[in-house]
Design a protein. Structure first.
Lengths: 377, 227
């Protein structure tokens, strides 16, 4: 005989007496194992019983009655006994049985609901943070002063120039200066001081650093068919700076915790960390959205500066057709016909403005760069 | 498994006698000394996932020790980490006990240990965390506490109020609600009680005479702060 229930009463220990409960037609028979070889038996007729749900999780069936030895409380958990009891119980017990079962269901349902709701809330908070992280990054970036950005860019710029040959004067420098001036004149409340550096290298590339340093390689200038094409690239790069894309990338790579720190106001400790990152700025790749943003705002800037925007589109198209040579600009600026198409659509939506040509002759600028222009095959 | 508490009081040990071939479970690290006939094995009770859930959910140790008298009868001395009393319970196969996560010291082989998730309010405010150990089965169960262990016996429907961080173990025939200690929120916080558990019988509630959290806070003020 194995016990399947605990019986409580005044003459039993507070932990309850283990007992064996059997169900028959008349009621319950409870056999206690502790006393004697056969144990003592106690009968509880159905008429005397009251049932309810109880225990820590309301998962016990509590049966109460007043027997010869006083009040008795029985805690049943074994499903087979409870099932047999419910089957054999007369009508007056069916309602309490149903109520007890309902209580158990409610408790379980409520617990699942509460857990479900709280897990759902945690999940939605995490998801919310995930999707709001772009917004957080923007807020964080907007809190970083321009001077810091310039210091950061300056140190990256010096690192880069350490082993590069810079062209300090000549037609190319004046031509780029003219482009920069015409473009920057159109930027309202420009907090940046743009400095364009021409670097002697056959690599077809140009890049901008946070704070306003723009580097153009002579390779790109030789590749371009007109000043307008170079101006298009310049306008694109200037807009990376204006939209603070570099900072956004840095802040993103620093992680959410840093973003929260900046948003909450502690920017001091960040300066040191960002200085270390300045080297990484040179290999920085912008995201797809950032490229598109720089394209579109670059196009608008060209339009405002009355520089023919079709130069930019032509240059992009030519780059996308001939993916060859040392076109590093391509690796950081993935070309696609879709991108040029998008720019054409944007251009069509803009009001037409008659472009004003540059004062320099592009062929002469290219000739001043020394070697032969790279002729497109 | 025959067991006996040595040096009852603050620094007790349990002496467990094992017959040949018998084995018991003990909290990992609980073994102090044993006969050469006894082998100590690390065992993940309830399989890897069970052990993992116990580790991460209840904060209990990942492994239980199994002490096995594989080369003849022997004895082992077991002791808990914290100073405090030990209590030995005989489980009859019907009774179940809920034990807070640090309370388990050792148990006979017939003892079944499971992690159990509490309801949200009990988990948040009950002071034992979201997961507790549910111990059932048949055989000897050894629990330990921080401070002395006090047994509260509850008759059916009898109620008793216990500060939540003093709980060690309670039978599953009891039920409890979390309540504020006093009627007002401010008084609740300033009285130092915060939340209490209102237990309702029948069944047993084992409480410990010291609160580990408060003891930790008290001792922290004496720890020198390093630069």
């Amino acid at each position: 005989m194995t016990s399947n229930a605990l019986c409580f009463g005044n003459d039993y220990p507070a932990s309850g007496a283990p007992c064996f409960v059997q169900v028959d037609e008349a009621g319950l028979t409870i056999t206690f194992e502790s006393e004697g070889p056969d144990g003592t038996r106690e009968a509880a007729p159905f008429d005397a019983l009251a049932v309810s749900a109880g225990g820590l999780d309301h998962d016990h069936l509590v049966v109460k009655w007043t027997g010869l030895q006083g009040e008795r409380t029985l805690y049943l958990k074994a499903p087979d006994v409870i099932g047999a009891f419910r089957q054999a119980a007369p009508d007056h017990l069916s309602l309490p049985f149903a109520q007890a079962a309902e209580l158990v269901r409610q408790v379980r349902y409520r617990r699942r609901l509460v857990w479900g709701l709280s897990l759902g809330m945690i999940l939605s908070t995490v998801l919310g943070l995930w999707f709001a992280s772009d917004l957080l990054v923007e807020i964080a970036v907007s809190r970083i002063p321009v001077e810091w950005e310039q210091k950061l860019g300056d140190s990256a710029y010096r690192d880069f120039l350490a082993n590069q040959e810079v062209i300090k004067e000549g037609l190319a420098v004046t031509a780029l200066g003219e482009m920069t001036q015409r473009l920057t004149e159109q930027i309202p409340n420009n907090p940046y001081k743009f400095e364009v550096t021409v670097v002697k290298s056959d690599v077809i590339n140009a890049f901008a650093l946070p704070g306003g340093h723009v580097v153009v390689f002579t390779g790109l200038m030789k590749k371009a068919d007109s000043g307008e094409e170079v101006a298009g690239v310049m306008s694109h790069e200037l807009n990376h700076v204006l939209q603070r894309h570099g900072l956004e990338r840095i802040v993103k790579s620093l992680g959410l915790l840093t973003v929260v720190t900046i948003v909450l106001g502690d920017q001091q400790g960040l300066v040191g960390m960002m200085k270390q990152l300045s080297v990484e700025l040179l290999t920085l790749k912008f995201g797809r959205e950032q490229e598109i943003e720089a394209d579109v705002t670059g196009l608008q800037l060209l339009q405002q500066a009355k520089i023919d925007p079709s130069g930019m589109i032509h240059f992009f198209e030519r780059l996308s057709e001939k993916d060859e040579g040392r076109m590093e600009w391509l690796s950081t600026h993935p070309m696609s016909t879709g991108r040029a198409e998008r720019l054409k659509a944007e251009l069509a939506a803009l009001p037409k403005k008659s472009p004003e040509p540059f004062t320099f002759d592009w062929k002469q600028v290219q000739a001043s760069l020394g070697s032969q222009p790279i002729v497109a095959p | 498994m025959k067991s006996e508490i040595l040096y009852p009081g603050a620094f007790p040990m349990v002496r467990v006698e094992l017959t040949a071939g018998e084995h018991i479970k003990a909290e990992s690290g609980a073994m102090v000394a044993c006969s050469p006939t006894i082998d100590i094995e690390s065992k993940m009770e309830g399989g890897f996932l069970g052990a993992l859930s116990r580790k991460f959910l209840t904060g209990e140790k990942f492994f239980f020790q199994t002490l096995r008298a594989s080369r003849g009868p022997g004895e082992a001395l077991l002791a808990p980490t914290v100073p405090g009393e030990i209590v030995i319970l005989e489980l009859d196969g019907v009774s179940e006990y809920m034990v807070q996560k640090d309370g388990f010291l050792a148990g006979a082989d017939g003892i079944v240990i499971e992690s159990k998730m509490q309801s949200l309010s009990r988990g948040l405010l009950g002071g034992e965390g979201f997961f507790i150990l549910k111990i059932s089965g048949k055989g000897t169960l050894v629990l330990n506490s921080f401070g002395a262990i006090h047994k509260i016996e509850l008759k059916p429907d009898q109620e008793y109020i216990v500060d939540n961080s003093h709980l060690v173990a309670w039978s599953s025939t009891t039920s409890y609600n979390i309540e504020k200690a006093t009627s007002g929120w401010i008084a609740s916080v300033t009285s130092g009680e915060g939340f209490v558990c209102r237990f309702r019988g029948p069944g047993l509630v084992y409480i410990q005479s010291r609160n580990p959290g408060s003891f930790g806070a008290w001792i922290r003020q004496f720890i020198p702060v390093s630069e």
